[in-house]
Design a protein around this ligand. Structure first.
Ligand SMILES: *Cc1c(COP(=O)(O)O)cnc(C)c1O
Length: 453
């Protein structure tokens, strides 16, 4: 019988995360203090994050031990299975083998708990009692709610107003796990009250919600803020995905020609890609592809420079590809990919030519998701559909070139809480969005205001 899944035993789970900072072939531009423009010092971030996570954020150690308490929680769904997508291969009739890591098996349904659990653990270990965060469609908010509940922490989530009103199910998940979820803008922060005074019907945005969550967290001894993507320590925690995949592929004597992930803030892509990027830096031949939406083309079109992570300009300045911190993305259904910036690590790898970025239209991604659901059966998240679109494109190319290829990708999450977007697609209500060129000119001007990396 053919083997569909490659599983690792629990005792085969990787016990360390991989930190690519130890292997970067060229130095990265450091984050800068938002006020002084000087390189950020650990103590500058102390009001926002616990010091143990700040140390990880700035670490250059190649391997970082995963605490026993975190491994214990990971065991609820990890090691995640590596699947071979035989049915899609057959449908595409191309000379490719398609392998994928199924991160949809976590309790929250995506890769996000890999870092949520670690962040909750380190906050708890530092004596923190309350964590505040923001969420768009609710994937991050639900993952952190689950993780906080596991470690007995209070969790406060500022959820973008439109999503709060239109997408109630992830709010219900958050509340089921014991978190408090507020529509943002809210009347519990100064930032929120100011916005509401000007516009009581403000639909909110991720930038506003980040500013609210930071304000809610800082200035209190026992509370901190948490971010679900972009930062070095978040990407670090996600490398468990790629490290497991390497062990699984080794078991069956395979190595990928192409590694693919979708990229919003860059965390799930980095999770699968960074261990392979390490091999590539050391001479291995492997292409690594990040897939993003044409409506929010951070890696494929935006300028590289210093920019803020939030609208209110409270975060450190990060060296990254960015559409501008005040960019308002089109209302595509892949909510997790609607972020103006990109993880500095992923940005740097693209700039150095180690990672290739491609963009996909919304309709093409849903077409890919439907093909997947009708061959491999699992219904993917709208974000994941971008990775699947890249896989299908790669398979078609292999067929045209008559070349055999082994493809590995990250199936970042299931779409069972996003069925309304499938409904919209199937009833012909979805459209494509292409970003107008003047938005790129605008981004260049915004980034031009800050020091050059
Ligand atoms: C949040 C999310 C993403 C995008 O976030 P990254 O940090 O870029 O990984 C992708 N897929 C799913 C299922 C998500 O929930």
């Amino acid at each position: 019988m053919r083997q569909v899944k490659v599983l690792l035993n629990e005792d085969e789970i990787p016990r360390q995360w991989y930190n690519i900072m130890a292997d970067m072939p060229t130095p990265m531009s450091p984050p800068l203090h938002p006020g002084t423009g000087q390189p950020l010092r650990p103590e500058d971030m102390a009001p926002i994050f616990p010091m143990n996570l700040i140390e990880q954020e700035m670490s250059a150690e190649r391997w970082i031990d995963i605490p026993e308490e975190v491994l214990e929680k990971y065991m609820l769904w990890r090691p995640s299975p590596l699947y071979r997508a035989y049915n899609l291969e057959k449908l595409l009739d191309a000379p490719v083998k398609i392998y994928y890591k199924n991160e949809g098996v976590s309790p929250a349904g995506s890769h996000k708990p890999n870092t949520a659990v670690a962040q909750a653990y380190y906050n708890k270990a530092f004596g923190i009692k309350k964590i505040s965060t923001e969420t768009g469609a609710g994937q991050w908010g639900s993952a952190l709610s689950m993780a906080c509940n596991m470690f007995g922490l209070e969790c406060r989530v500022f959820m973008v107003r439109v999503s709060y009103d239109q997408k109630p199910y992830r709010r219900m998940m958050m509340e089921t796990w014991g978190a408090k979820c507020f529509p943002s803008p809210s009347n519990i922060t100064e930032t929120g009250r100011k916005i509401l005074a000007q516009n009581p019907d403000s639909p909110g945005s991720l930038g506003m919600a980040i500013s609210e969550a930071i304000e809610d967290a800082v200035g209190k001894e026992d509370s901190r803020y948490s971010l679900g993507s972009v930062l070095n320590h978040v990407l670090l925690h996600q490398t468990i995905i790629g490290l497991e995949a390497q062990k699984q592929l080794e078991k069956i004597g395979e190595y990928p020609d192409v590694v693919i992930g979708c990229a919003g803030g860059g965390s799930n892509f980095a999770g699968i890609a960074l261990p392979f990027a390490r091999d590539k830096i050391h001479g291995k031949e492997v292409s690594i592809v990040a897939a993003e939406p044409t409506s929010c083309p951070t890696l494929t079109k935006a300028p590289f420079g210093y920019d803020f992570g939030d609208l209110a300009m409270t975060t450190p300045l990060l060296a990254m590809y960015s559409l501008g911190h005040d960019f308002v993305p089109a209302p595509i259904h892949a909510g997790g990919l609607r972020y103006h910036g990109m993880a500095p690590i992923v940005s740097h790898l693209v700039k150095e030519g180690l990672v290739e970025a491609r963009s996909y239209h919304q309709l093409e991604t849903f077409e890919a998701g439907i093909q997947w659901a009708r061959s491999e059966a699992f219904i993917p998240a709208p974000e994941t559909n971008h990775a699947i679109a890249a896989v299908i494109q790669e398979a078609r190319r292999a067929k045209e070139e008559g070349k055999e290829k082994v493809i590995l990708f990250n199936w970042s999450g299931h779409g069972l809480v996003d069925l309304a977007s499938y409904d919209a697609y199937l009833s012909g209500k979805l459209t494509d969005y292409r970003l107008p060129d003047d938005e790129i000119e605008r981004a260049k001007k915004t980034l031009g205001q800050f020091p050059k990396p």
